[in-house]
Every structure is written in structure tokens, then in C-alpha cells.
Write a protein of this length. Structure first.
Lengths: 294, 281
């Protein structure tokens, strides 16, 4: 889309663009370029010099069982977070769309977790499930479950998934609700007149019409689980126990900052960049589709 | 009407279950922040609020915990506030002019400039942390507000939103301004900025929350306890086994960390909802 009527000259736009271009070049293109260069270099044993090693860092990366395991962990984690954040978001949105009384109140409260940092969400859930003092951990133990997420990798995974998904329900609720309210009432009324039950109306009319929103949200939720959940992992499990919750973003940070393997960490950054670009491309395809159908 | 039929209580029951899911962790944090540590350690803790709410919040705000080298939460709140405000205002201040330039002018390299800015959308700071850290260190911005905020300002979300909005401004307005002899600066200040007011408010809410809730970047770029933000500070308050975590203070701090962004969302809900749904389109 372009404007017909515009101003002329190039000095004025240059002045207007300079601040953003400057910040973008210094804090974006420069480091992104460095990441790519760094990923092709390796240090000697003493860390005194680096040399060009080509794709060594990448082949080392993909030969590393820990890295491949981290890929699997991230895939499972993202899928679980997306599912656990989307399903309640949709259910609550459908219900909020049906009520008249109290709708504004429900909406306001359900929006609250959006404002809470993932790291803080992690702290809240970690307190509930603390093996010695957690209120919910006590409940689990009373139910005969041997709960200690500090020792059991599956329990640790469950806890970080829960904390990460809890925070994201708000976002999905909001978008599903906006999507539901955009569906013309006449369609739903027509099918009601034809005798379709509420359940049937949902699955045959409403759910298909929500498909663009759902696809969009799936991508957003996966991106969220990939990148924004660092704070949850760092607070709750530190990637443990025994690397059971070491997702890719956590590993980039750990290998680079704690392990000081700059080349390997930069190679991981480059792989992550490729993943984000891929996900963004998928997202754009769906946005195109949505525009097409609208 | 198709709504309001037989089982009107089902939606309410589901929504109330949703509210409980949302509020339960916050409520437990509130209860914990009103007890003494010994009450919390006597597991399971009572779910009825205790009588130490004011004392615990006062201790958090003025003294913090022993583990955070005595940095009071007030200082962390201030750091978080500066970071959130600078990121929100900074993004708006640099992206409104650049979106204006891209939409209302034709000049060489316009597309290149647009794509150069737009591509930053694709790579969140999380994937380029170490090289960005190195550059910030080279510019000696470690432990400064500049280092804390500038790399997060370099992103195109706001630019894109302003661009979309500017494209909807009718050509007639531009023509009228031109006929009246107004130049690009006058048009920007007298017409475009006043028209963008609600968009600016919406963006401000989203960017404030984004800035306030940052975790990975502040963790890297601040070493000195005096620069700690509250979201980072909480992690440092939680022990790793050798000493007892002061959970009553930690939970008071968690609530203090939650309050400002939650208040912003609640008070500015209308703009926030609109801005969020628009920003992601």
C-alpha cells in the first residue's frame, strides 16, 4: 500500500530516520553480523586468539548429544506450552462471549497475567510447588504423589510448562475473544434457526471461522515458548535437574556466559535466528491468507 | 436470540474456574507476604492472611533481604521504572518520525531503510545476546541505563504500527495541508501527532509492560546490585540451599513487581486491548 500525495525532498526524511537507523545499526546489524562471524570462528585452548574454523562450530553443535537433546526438550516444551495456553484461552473466550452479566469483570481479571513477567510467574508457581513448603506440593503429597521437582526431571518440566502457559492464557483469551466478536451474528442465528445445537454451531461455524486467529496464535505461542520463557527456566529449574529443562535459549546463555564457549554459543544464536525467520515466514503466509479471505 | 438459553450457569462456572486459576497464585503470594517466615515454613502454610503485611512490605521496600546485599526493593523499583519508561518513550520517539518519513516521503533508498528497520522484528534480543553484550561492553555501557535500554529500543514493532496507522490518514488531509502552505514539519506536528494520540497511548502501555518485564538482557548487562531491576532482584533473593530463603519478603517483592504493570493494564485497559490487537495484525 502506498500513498498518492507525498512531500518531496530528502533532507527532512533523512533527519527523521537517522535516530532509528542509528540505533538499529549499532544494536542490531552490528551484533547480528558479529554473531554470524563469531559462529565461524573458534578460540585456542588458552582463549588468547581466535581463528577461522568455517562450519566447525556447527558440525560440533549438531554432533553434541546435549544440543540435540535440548532441541527435543524445546520442541516438547513449546508444543505443551502452546497447547496448555491455547485450549483454556479458547474455552474462556467462548464462555466470555456468551455471558452478558459480569463480562467486563471477567475480562479484566483474565487479562491480569498478561502484565506479569514470565520470571515472576515462575516464582509464584515455584512457591506453590516448593517441595518442602509449597501449598500445592503438600496437596500432591497428601494424594500420595512423591513430589520433588528438584530431583525429578518430568516434574520439573511439568512445572515450567505450567508457569509459562499460565501467563500466556490471557493473551490467547484476548485474541480469541476479539476473533469471536468479529464473527457475524447472522451466521450463528441462521444455523440456530436450522436447528443446530450450540455444540454443533461451535464446531461447524465458529471454530472454522476462528482458524486464522488460531494459526496466528499457534505461531505466537511457539515463539513465546522459545524465547520469552528464559526467565521461567532460570528462576525455577536452571535447566535442571540433569538438563531436563534446558531449552535452546537457556543453553545459548549458559554455554556463552557461564561456559564461555563463544563460538559454540554464537553458532547456537545463528541456528535460533534461522528458526525465528522460519516461524516468521510461516506467520506471514497465514497473515497473507487472512487478508485474502477478508 | 441464540444466546441466553437453558444452561446460562455453565459459562459463569467455567469463567469463575478461570478466575480462580488466574488469581490463586497471586492470592497465595499475598497470603505469604502477610505471614512471618516461621508460619510459612510450618508447611502447609495457612491460606488465611496473617497480620504482618505492612511490616513485610516495609522491610522489603527499605531493607530488601540479606542475599541482595541489602539493596532495598525501592531502588529496584526505581531501576525498573526508569528502564520501562525509557524503553517505552524511546521506542515511540524514534519510531514515530521514522514511520512518518517512510510513509509521507519519496526518497532514494526508502525501501532499503524500511526493510532495514523491519527486519529487526524477526530477531528478538534473546537470539543475539552475546554479540550485543560485547558491543555494549565496548561502548562502556555495562551497568548504565543506556546499556540497559538502548538495545531493547532497537526494534520495529512501534514503527510498523505507526506506519499502518499513517497509511489510513486520508490523502485529502495532506492535500489540504499543502494548499494551506504547511510543510512536512507543520503537518507532522499539527495533524499527524494529534491524530496519533490513541495509538501512542496504546503503544505506551504495551511497551511499558514489555520494558518492565525484561529478564535476560538486564541479567546480562547489570552486575552492580545498585542497577538491579526488581524482576532480576527476586531471583537473587531466592537461596540455593545453603541459606533459608526469606519467602515472606520474596513474595512481598513479587507482588511489588507485579503491581505497576498490572495497574497500567487495568487503568488503561481500553487502549491496551486495542493496541495489542492492532499491533499484532
Amino acid at each position: 500500500m502506498e500513498r498518492r500525495v507525498v512531500f518531496s525532498g530528502w533532507v527532512c526524511p533523512a533527519v527523521l530516520l537517522t535516530p532509528q537507523l542509528l540505533v538499529t545499526i549499532v544494536f542490531f546489524f552490528w551484533p547480528a553480523g558479529q554473531a554470524v562471524l563469531q559462529s565461524l570462528r573458534g578460540g585456542d585452548a588458552f582463549g588468547l586468539a581466535t581463528r577461522f574454523v568455517g562450519t566447525d562450530n556447527f558440525s560440533r553443535l549438531f554432533a553434541d548429544p546435549d544440543y540435540l537433546a535440548s532441541f527435543g526438550i524445546t520442541a516438547f516444551f513449546s508444543f505443551a506450552v502452546a497447547l496448555l495456553a491455547l485450549a483454556p484461552g479458547l474455552l474462556l473466550a467462548v464462555m466470555a462471549d456468551r455471558v452478558v452479566k459480569g463480562a467486563a469483570f471477567y475480562k479484566t481479571v483474565l487479562l491480569m497475567p498478561y502484565a506479569i513477567a514470565p520470571a515472576i510467574a515462575g516464582v509464584l508457581w515455584m512457591f506453590l510447588f516448593n517441595p518442602t513448603i509449597g501449598v500445592l506440593a503438600a496437596g500432591l503429597r497428601a494424594g500420595g504423589i512423591e513430589w520433588n521437582y528438584l530431583l525429578d526431571g518430568y516434574q520439573a518440566m511439568g512445572l515450567v510448562i505450567l508457569a509459562a502457559a499460565w501467563k500466556q492464557i490471557s493473551y490467547n483469551f484476548l485474541f480469541f475473544l476479539a476473533g469471536l466478536q468479529a464473527i457475524p451474528l447472522s451466521l450463528i442465528e441462521a444455523s440456530a434457526i436450522d436447528g443446530a445445537s450450540p455444540r454443533r454451531r461451535f464446531w461447524t461455524i465458529i471454530f472454522p471461522l476462528l482458524a486464522p486467529t488460531s494459526f496466528f496464535l499457534i505461531v505466537v505461542n511457539i515463539v513465546y515458548a522459545f524465547f520469552d520463557t528464559f526467565g521461567v527456566i532460570h528462576n525455577v529449574t536452571q535447566g535442571g535437574p540433569a538438563k531436563a529443562t534446558e531449552i535452546l535459549v537457556y543453553k545459548v546463555w549458559y554455554d556463552g556466559i557461564v561456559g564461555l564457549d563463544l563460538g559454540g554459543s554464537a553458532a547456537q544464536s545463528v541456528v535460533l535466528m534461522a528458526i525465528v525467520i522460519g516461524l516468521t515466514a510461516v506467520q506471514f503466509r497465514f497473515i497473507e491468507r487472512r487478508v485474502h479471505y477478508a | 436470540m441464540v444466546t441466553a438459553r437453558r444452561s446460562a450457569w455453565v459459562p459463569h462456572a467455567v469463567l469463575i474456574a478461570g478466575l480462580m486459576l488466574v488469581l490463586f497464585p497471586i492470592y497465595v503470594a499475598f497470603v505469604a507476604s502477610s505471614h512471618e517466615l516461621s508460619d510459612i515454613l510450618e508447611a502447609p502454610m495457612s491460606l488465611v492472611p496473617g497480620s504482618h503485611l505492612v511490616a513485610n512490605f516495609a522491610e522489603a521496600l527499605t531493607a530488601g533481604t540479606a542475599k541482595t546485599s541489602g539493596v532495598p526493593v525501592t531502588a529496584m523499583l526505581l531501576n525498573s521504572l526508569v528502564m520501562a519508561l525509557v524503553i517505552a518513550a524511546g521506542k515511540i520517539l524514534i519510531s514515530l518520525p521514522s514511520a512518518y518519513a517512510v510513509v509521507f516521503f519519496r526518497f532514494p533508498l526508502r525501501r532499503v531503510c524500511f526493510w532495514a528497520i523491519f527486519v529487526t522484528l524477526m530477531l528478538p534480543v534473546e537470539v543475539r545476546i552475546i554479540p550485543t553484550y560485547k558491543i555494549v561492553a565496548d561502548l562502556s555501557l555495562i551497568d548504565t541505563y543506556g546499556g540497559l535500554t538502548l538495545p531493547l529500543v532497537a526494534s520495529a514493532t512501534a514503527t510498523l504500527l505507526f506506519r499502518q496507522f499513517f497509511l489510513t490518514i486520508p490523502d485529502e488531509l495532506v492535500e489540504a495541508a499543502k494548499i494551506d502552505g504547511a510543510g512536512p514539519w507543520r503537518f507532522l506536528i499539527d495533524t499527524v501527532i494529534p491524530l496519533s494520540r490513541t495509538n501512542i497511548a496504546a503503544l505506551f502501555v504495551i511497551l511499558f509492560i514489555y520494558g518492565w518485564n525484561q529478564y535476560l538482557w538486564p541479567l546480562l548487562v547489570t552486575n552492580s546490585p545498585r542497577m538491579t531491576t526488581i524482576v532480576i532482584g527476586i531471583r537473587q533473593m531466592i537461596g540455593n540451599g545453603d541459606t533459608q530463603t526469606e519467602w515472606h519478603i520474596v513474595m512481598a517483592t513479587a507482588l511489588l513487581a507485579i503491581m505497576p504493570p498490572v495497574l497500567v493494564v487495568l487503568l488503561m485497559q481500553r487502549w491496551f486491548v486495542r493496541g495489542l490487537v492492532e499491533a499484532e495484525k
